[in-house]
Design a protein around this ligand. Structure first.
Ligand SMILES: C[S@@+](CC[C@H](N)C(=O)[O-])C[C@H]1O[C@@H](n2cnc3c(N)ncnc32)[C@H](O)[C@@H]1O
Length: 361
Protein backbone atom coordinates (compact mmCIF):
# COMPACT_ATOMS: atom_id res chain seq x y z
CA UNK A 1 0.00 0.00 0.00
CA UNK A 2 1.22 3.51 -0.73
CA UNK A 3 1.58 5.63 2.40
CA UNK A 4 1.57 9.39 1.91
CA UNK A 5 1.96 11.56 4.97
CA UNK A 6 0.34 14.60 3.40
CA UNK A 7 -2.86 12.77 2.50
CA UNK A 8 -5.44 13.43 5.22
CA UNK A 9 -7.32 10.20 4.47
CA UNK A 10 -4.18 8.21 5.24
CA UNK A 11 -3.51 9.63 8.71
CA UNK A 12 -4.58 6.54 10.56
CA UNK A 13 -2.75 4.16 8.23
CA UNK A 14 0.40 6.22 8.66
CA UNK A 15 0.06 6.04 12.45
CA UNK A 16 -0.61 2.31 12.28
CA UNK A 17 2.41 1.72 10.05
CA UNK A 18 4.64 3.73 12.41
CA UNK A 19 3.34 1.88 15.48
CA UNK A 20 3.95 -1.49 13.81
CA UNK A 21 7.47 -0.43 12.86
CA UNK A 22 8.37 0.63 16.39
CA UNK A 23 6.70 -2.40 17.96
CA UNK A 24 9.02 -4.51 15.86
CA UNK A 25 12.05 -2.45 16.87
CA UNK A 26 11.08 -2.64 20.57
CA UNK A 27 10.54 -6.40 20.47
CA UNK A 28 13.07 -7.65 17.93
CA UNK A 29 15.64 -4.88 17.75
CA UNK A 30 16.80 -3.26 14.57
CA UNK A 31 15.34 -4.93 11.50
CA UNK A 32 17.98 -3.23 9.39
CA UNK A 33 21.48 -4.26 10.50
CA UNK A 34 24.15 -3.97 13.15
CA UNK A 35 25.09 -0.51 11.99
CA UNK A 36 24.24 3.03 12.88
CA UNK A 37 20.99 4.60 11.85
CA UNK A 38 18.18 6.79 13.01
CA UNK A 39 15.99 3.83 13.66
CA UNK A 40 17.70 1.22 15.71
CA UNK A 41 21.07 -0.44 16.03
CA UNK A 42 23.30 -2.67 18.16
CA UNK A 43 24.39 -1.29 21.59
CA UNK A 44 27.90 -0.43 20.38
CA UNK A 45 26.61 1.21 17.21
CA UNK A 46 23.91 3.02 19.20
CA UNK A 47 26.61 4.46 21.47
CA UNK A 48 28.76 5.48 18.50
CA UNK A 49 25.78 7.26 16.96
CA UNK A 50 24.83 9.27 20.05
CA UNK A 51 28.45 10.19 20.77
CA UNK A 52 28.57 11.54 17.23
CA UNK A 53 25.43 13.57 17.96
CA UNK A 54 27.14 15.08 21.02
CA UNK A 55 26.04 13.03 24.05
CA UNK A 56 28.80 13.06 26.67
CA UNK A 57 30.27 10.14 28.61
CA UNK A 58 28.58 11.60 31.68
CA UNK A 59 25.17 11.50 29.92
CA UNK A 60 25.70 7.88 28.92
CA UNK A 61 27.32 6.66 32.14
CA UNK A 62 24.20 6.41 34.29
CA UNK A 63 21.85 5.18 31.56
CA UNK A 64 19.97 1.94 32.19
CA UNK A 65 21.01 -0.81 29.79
CA UNK A 66 19.14 -0.73 26.50
CA UNK A 67 17.64 2.75 26.99
CA UNK A 68 19.75 4.04 24.12
CA UNK A 69 18.31 2.23 21.13
CA UNK A 70 20.20 4.30 18.57
CA UNK A 71 16.95 5.95 17.46
CA UNK A 72 18.02 9.57 17.94
CA UNK A 73 18.96 12.23 15.41
CA UNK A 74 20.00 15.05 17.73
CA UNK A 75 20.63 15.95 21.36
CA UNK A 76 17.64 17.91 22.72
CA UNK A 77 18.66 17.56 26.38
CA UNK A 78 21.80 19.58 25.52
CA UNK A 79 19.80 22.55 24.21
CA UNK A 80 16.87 22.51 26.65
CA UNK A 81 18.70 24.35 29.49
CA UNK A 82 17.14 21.97 32.01
CA UNK A 83 17.56 22.91 35.64
CA UNK A 84 16.75 21.32 39.00
CA UNK A 85 13.02 21.45 39.72
CA UNK A 86 11.88 21.57 36.08
CA UNK A 87 9.05 19.38 34.82
CA UNK A 88 10.24 18.11 31.42
CA UNK A 89 8.21 16.19 28.86
CA UNK A 90 9.74 13.98 26.14
CA UNK A 91 7.56 13.39 23.07
CA UNK A 92 8.06 9.90 21.61
CA UNK A 93 10.31 8.70 24.43
CA UNK A 94 11.06 5.26 22.95
CA UNK A 95 13.16 3.24 25.43
CA UNK A 96 13.46 6.30 27.67
CA UNK A 97 16.90 7.46 26.49
CA UNK A 98 16.43 11.24 26.87
CA UNK A 99 13.99 10.88 29.78
CA UNK A 100 16.63 9.21 31.95
CA UNK A 101 19.22 11.84 30.99
CA UNK A 102 16.74 14.66 31.64
CA UNK A 103 15.72 13.09 34.96
CA UNK A 104 19.25 13.49 36.30
CA UNK A 105 19.33 17.12 35.18
CA UNK A 106 16.03 18.10 36.84
CA UNK A 107 16.91 16.21 40.04
CA UNK A 108 14.81 15.10 42.98
CA UNK A 109 12.60 18.19 42.92
CA UNK A 110 11.90 17.91 39.19
CA UNK A 111 10.13 15.36 37.03
CA UNK A 112 10.79 13.82 33.61
CA UNK A 113 7.78 12.41 31.76
CA UNK A 114 8.01 10.36 28.57
CA UNK A 115 5.05 9.84 26.23
CA UNK A 116 4.98 7.16 23.53
CA UNK A 117 2.15 5.56 21.56
CA UNK A 118 3.83 2.13 21.20
CA UNK A 119 3.03 -0.06 24.24
CA UNK A 120 6.09 -2.26 23.68
CA UNK A 121 8.37 0.80 23.78
CA UNK A 122 6.69 1.96 26.96
CA UNK A 123 7.19 -1.46 28.58
CA UNK A 124 10.88 -1.32 27.71
CA UNK A 125 11.22 2.16 29.21
CA UNK A 126 9.25 1.27 32.36
CA UNK A 127 11.35 -1.85 32.94
CA UNK A 128 14.39 0.47 33.10
CA UNK A 129 12.96 2.74 35.83
CA UNK A 130 14.12 0.56 38.73
CA UNK A 131 17.72 0.46 37.39
CA UNK A 132 17.63 4.24 36.93
CA UNK A 133 16.49 4.77 40.52
CA UNK A 134 19.19 2.40 41.82
CA UNK A 135 21.88 4.23 39.86
CA UNK A 136 20.80 7.80 40.56
CA UNK A 137 18.78 7.67 43.77
CA UNK A 138 15.99 9.59 41.98
CA UNK A 139 12.40 8.44 41.66
CA UNK A 140 11.43 11.23 39.28
CA UNK A 141 10.70 9.65 35.88
CA UNK A 142 7.50 8.23 34.45
CA UNK A 143 6.23 6.98 31.10
CA UNK A 144 2.71 7.53 29.78
CA UNK A 145 1.03 5.77 26.86
CA UNK A 146 -0.35 8.28 24.40
CA UNK A 147 -0.16 10.04 21.08
CA UNK A 148 1.79 13.26 20.81
CA UNK A 149 -1.19 14.75 18.93
CA UNK A 150 -3.33 14.20 22.07
CA UNK A 151 -0.92 14.45 24.98
CA UNK A 152 -1.97 12.78 28.24
CA UNK A 153 -0.73 15.85 30.10
CA UNK A 154 -2.59 18.69 31.88
CA UNK A 155 -2.75 22.25 30.50
CA UNK A 156 0.12 24.59 31.46
CA UNK A 157 1.89 21.99 33.60
CA UNK A 158 5.30 21.57 31.94
CA UNK A 159 8.44 23.77 32.01
CA UNK A 160 10.22 22.25 29.01
CA UNK A 161 9.45 19.90 26.13
CA UNK A 162 12.09 17.82 24.41
CA UNK A 163 11.71 15.39 21.51
CA UNK A 164 14.20 13.38 19.50
CA UNK A 165 13.43 12.18 15.97
CA UNK A 166 9.68 11.79 16.46
CA UNK A 167 7.61 14.69 15.11
CA UNK A 168 8.52 13.67 11.52
CA UNK A 169 6.54 10.47 12.20
CA UNK A 170 3.34 12.31 13.05
CA UNK A 171 0.57 12.45 10.44
CA UNK A 172 -0.65 15.73 12.02
CA UNK A 173 2.35 17.89 12.88
CA UNK A 174 0.48 21.22 13.35
CA UNK A 175 -1.64 19.48 16.01
CA UNK A 176 1.53 18.27 17.78
CA UNK A 177 2.81 21.86 17.99
CA UNK A 178 -0.57 23.07 19.27
CA UNK A 179 -0.53 20.37 21.95
CA UNK A 180 2.95 21.45 22.98
CA UNK A 181 1.69 25.02 23.41
CA UNK A 182 -1.26 23.75 25.47
CA UNK A 183 0.75 21.73 27.99
CA UNK A 184 3.62 24.21 28.46
CA UNK A 185 3.46 26.76 31.27
CA UNK A 186 3.58 30.39 30.11
CA UNK A 187 7.25 31.07 29.37
CA UNK A 188 7.90 27.31 28.94
CA UNK A 189 10.45 26.21 26.37
CA UNK A 190 10.81 23.73 23.54
CA UNK A 191 14.00 21.93 22.46
CA UNK A 192 13.33 19.53 19.61
CA UNK A 193 15.69 17.53 17.41
CA UNK A 194 14.17 16.00 14.31
CA UNK A 195 14.77 15.24 10.68
CA UNK A 196 13.52 17.83 8.16
CA UNK A 197 13.73 18.42 4.44
CA UNK A 198 15.55 21.05 2.37
CA UNK A 199 13.39 20.12 -0.65
CA UNK A 200 10.53 17.66 -1.35
CA UNK A 201 11.60 14.02 -1.68
CA UNK A 202 11.16 12.19 -4.98
CA UNK A 203 8.00 10.05 -5.03
CA UNK A 204 10.01 6.82 -4.81
CA UNK A 205 11.28 7.88 -1.37
CA UNK A 206 8.16 9.71 -0.14
CA UNK A 207 6.08 6.56 -0.56
CA UNK A 208 8.64 4.06 0.82
CA UNK A 209 7.30 2.56 4.06
CA UNK A 210 10.81 1.87 5.40
CA UNK A 211 11.70 5.52 4.82
CA UNK A 212 8.62 6.52 6.85
CA UNK A 213 9.64 4.34 9.81
CA UNK A 214 13.22 5.52 9.22
CA UNK A 215 12.18 9.13 9.97
CA UNK A 216 12.76 10.41 6.42
CA UNK A 217 9.57 10.10 4.33
CA UNK A 218 7.34 11.92 6.84
CA UNK A 219 9.73 14.79 7.48
CA UNK A 220 8.46 18.33 6.84
CA UNK A 221 10.31 21.05 4.97
CA UNK A 222 12.44 23.26 7.23
CA UNK A 223 10.40 26.35 6.25
CA UNK A 224 7.13 24.50 6.86
CA UNK A 225 8.36 23.50 10.32
CA UNK A 226 8.98 27.14 11.18
CA UNK A 227 5.46 28.05 9.98
CA UNK A 228 3.89 25.34 12.17
CA UNK A 229 5.82 26.45 15.25
CA UNK A 230 4.84 30.09 14.70
CA UNK A 231 1.19 29.23 13.98
CA UNK A 232 1.00 27.38 17.32
CA UNK A 233 1.81 30.69 19.03
CA UNK A 234 5.47 30.17 19.96
CA UNK A 235 7.99 32.98 20.12
CA UNK A 236 11.82 33.27 20.15
CA UNK A 237 11.94 30.55 17.49
CA UNK A 238 15.33 29.38 16.24
CA UNK A 239 15.92 26.61 13.71
CA UNK A 240 19.42 25.22 13.26
CA UNK A 241 20.13 22.71 10.51
CA UNK A 242 22.75 20.04 11.28
CA UNK A 243 23.53 18.34 7.95
CA UNK A 244 26.57 16.47 9.37
CA UNK A 245 24.29 13.88 10.95
CA UNK A 246 22.95 12.73 7.57
CA UNK A 247 26.43 12.59 6.03
CA UNK A 248 27.65 10.49 8.96
CA UNK A 249 24.77 8.00 8.69
CA UNK A 250 25.24 7.83 4.91
CA UNK A 251 28.98 7.18 5.35
CA UNK A 252 28.19 4.35 7.74
CA UNK A 253 26.49 2.49 4.90
CA UNK A 254 23.09 2.51 6.52
CA UNK A 255 20.99 0.18 4.33
CA UNK A 256 17.93 2.44 4.34
CA UNK A 257 20.03 5.33 3.10
CA UNK A 258 21.44 3.07 0.37
CA UNK A 259 17.86 2.28 -0.71
CA UNK A 260 17.01 5.98 -0.64
CA UNK A 261 20.04 6.90 -2.75
CA UNK A 262 18.83 4.46 -5.42
CA UNK A 263 15.65 6.55 -5.72
CA UNK A 264 17.45 9.91 -5.99
CA UNK A 265 18.60 11.54 -9.23
CA UNK A 266 22.07 10.32 -10.25
CA UNK A 267 24.77 12.03 -8.20
CA UNK A 268 22.36 13.37 -5.56
CA UNK A 269 23.06 12.74 -1.86
CA UNK A 270 20.60 12.13 0.96
CA UNK A 271 21.99 15.27 2.59
CA UNK A 272 20.80 17.31 -0.41
CA UNK A 273 17.26 16.56 0.77
CA UNK A 274 17.36 15.65 4.46
CA UNK A 275 18.89 17.35 7.49
CA UNK A 276 18.88 17.00 11.22
CA UNK A 277 17.15 20.09 12.61
CA UNK A 278 17.18 21.66 16.07
CA UNK A 279 14.13 23.74 16.94
CA UNK A 280 14.12 25.99 19.99
CA UNK A 281 11.10 28.08 20.90
CA UNK A 282 9.28 29.58 23.86
CA UNK A 283 5.63 29.85 24.82
CA UNK A 284 4.93 33.53 25.48
CA UNK A 285 4.55 34.51 29.10
CA UNK A 286 1.30 35.82 30.59
CA UNK A 287 0.24 38.88 28.63
CA UNK A 288 -0.13 41.80 31.02
CA UNK A 289 -1.43 45.12 29.69
CA UNK A 290 -1.62 48.36 31.63
CA UNK A 291 -4.27 50.64 30.15
CA UNK A 292 -3.87 54.37 30.75
CA UNK A 293 -2.58 57.60 29.26
CA UNK A 294 0.87 57.29 30.89
CA UNK A 295 -0.14 59.02 34.15
CA UNK A 296 1.71 58.53 37.48
CA UNK A 297 -0.99 56.10 38.70
CA UNK A 298 -0.51 54.05 35.51
CA UNK A 299 3.25 53.91 36.14
CA UNK A 300 2.67 52.74 39.72
CA UNK A 301 0.19 50.06 38.64
CA UNK A 302 2.71 48.84 36.04
CA UNK A 303 5.54 48.74 38.62
CA UNK A 304 3.37 46.93 41.19
CA UNK A 305 2.24 44.43 38.54
CA UNK A 306 5.84 43.68 37.56
CA UNK A 307 6.81 43.29 41.23
CA UNK A 308 3.89 40.86 41.77
CA UNK A 309 4.74 38.82 38.66
CA UNK A 310 8.39 38.58 39.72
CA UNK A 311 7.49 37.52 43.26
CA UNK A 312 5.30 34.77 41.79
CA UNK A 313 8.13 33.70 39.47
CA UNK A 314 5.73 34.23 36.55
CA UNK A 315 6.89 34.48 32.92
CA UNK A 316 5.15 37.58 31.53
CA UNK A 317 5.16 40.16 28.76
CA UNK A 318 4.09 43.62 29.97
CA UNK A 319 2.71 46.18 27.57
CA UNK A 320 1.56 49.75 28.26
CA UNK A 321 -1.49 50.68 26.16
CA UNK A 322 -1.84 54.45 25.95
CA UNK A 323 -3.94 54.84 22.80
CA UNK A 324 -7.47 55.96 23.79
CA UNK A 325 -9.24 53.97 21.09
CA UNK A 326 -7.40 50.78 22.05
CA UNK A 327 -8.28 51.38 25.71
CA UNK A 328 -11.95 51.86 24.85
CA UNK A 329 -11.90 48.66 22.79
CA UNK A 330 -11.51 46.83 26.12
CA UNK A 331 -14.74 48.53 27.33
CA UNK A 332 -12.71 50.40 29.95
CA UNK A 333 -13.84 53.97 30.79
CA UNK A 334 -11.69 54.60 33.88
CA UNK A 335 -7.92 54.18 34.00
CA UNK A 336 -5.52 52.81 35.04
CA UNK A 337 -6.60 49.27 34.29
CA UNK A 338 -4.89 45.90 34.26
CA UNK A 339 -5.69 43.31 31.57
CA UNK A 340 -4.42 39.71 31.92
CA UNK A 341 -4.37 37.55 28.78
CA UNK A 342 -7.04 39.77 27.19
CA UNK A 343 -9.35 39.79 30.25
CA UNK A 344 -9.87 43.07 32.16
CA UNK A 345 -9.05 42.36 35.82
CA UNK A 346 -8.60 45.78 37.50
CA UNK A 347 -10.28 49.06 36.59
CA UNK A 348 -9.61 52.55 37.99
CA UNK A 349 -7.51 51.36 40.94
CA UNK A 350 -3.85 51.08 41.84
CA UNK A 351 -3.52 47.79 43.68
CA UNK A 352 -0.53 46.86 45.83
CA UNK A 353 1.82 44.05 44.66
CA UNK A 354 0.23 41.67 47.21
CA UNK A 355 -3.28 42.45 45.89
CA UNK A 356 -2.09 41.98 42.29
CA UNK A 357 -0.53 38.62 43.18
CA UNK A 358 -4.04 37.36 44.01
CA UNK A 359 -5.27 38.58 40.61
CA UNK A 360 -2.42 36.85 38.77
CA UNK A 361 -2.59 33.51 40.57
C1 LIG B 1 12.75 7.28 16.17
S1 LIG B 1 12.04 6.73 17.68
C2 LIG B 1 12.78 7.88 18.84
C3 LIG B 1 12.82 7.38 20.25
C4 LIG B 1 13.53 8.27 21.26
N1 LIG B 1 13.10 9.64 21.17
C5 LIG B 1 15.03 8.19 21.11
O1 LIG B 1 15.65 9.18 20.70
O2 LIG B 1 15.58 7.13 21.44
C6 LIG B 1 10.36 7.29 17.59
C7 LIG B 1 9.48 6.96 18.78
O3 LIG B 1 8.33 7.79 18.68
C8 LIG B 1 7.15 7.03 18.90
N2 LIG B 1 6.09 7.69 18.14
C9 LIG B 1 6.01 7.85 16.80
N3 LIG B 1 4.91 8.54 16.46
C10 LIG B 1 4.27 8.83 17.62
C11 LIG B 1 3.05 9.53 17.92
N4 LIG B 1 2.30 10.07 16.95
N5 LIG B 1 2.69 9.63 19.22
C12 LIG B 1 3.46 9.08 20.20
N6 LIG B 1 4.60 8.41 19.97
C13 LIG B 1 5.01 8.29 18.69
C14 LIG B 1 7.50 5.64 18.44
O4 LIG B 1 6.71 4.67 19.07
C15 LIG B 1 8.98 5.54 18.82
O5 LIG B 1 9.14 5.01 20.10
Amino acid sequence: MTIRMENYMDKESVRQKVREGYTQIAVLGNPRREGVSCCGSSPAAAEELVRHIGYSSDDLAALPEGANMGLSCGNPTAIASLKPGDVVLDLGAGGGFDVFIAGRKVGATGRAIGVDMTPEMLMKARRNCAAYTRQTGFDNVEFRLGEIEHLPVADASVDAIISNCVINLSPDKPQVWREMARVLKPGGRVAVSDLALFQPLPDGVATMAAALIGCVAGAALVAETERMVRAAGFTDITLTTKPDYINAVTDLDDPLYQQIIEQLPVGAKVADYVTSLEVKARKPGKRLQILGPGCARCTTLAANTEAAAKELGLAYELEKVTDLQQIMAFGVMTTPALVVNGVVKVVGKVLSPDEIKKVLQ
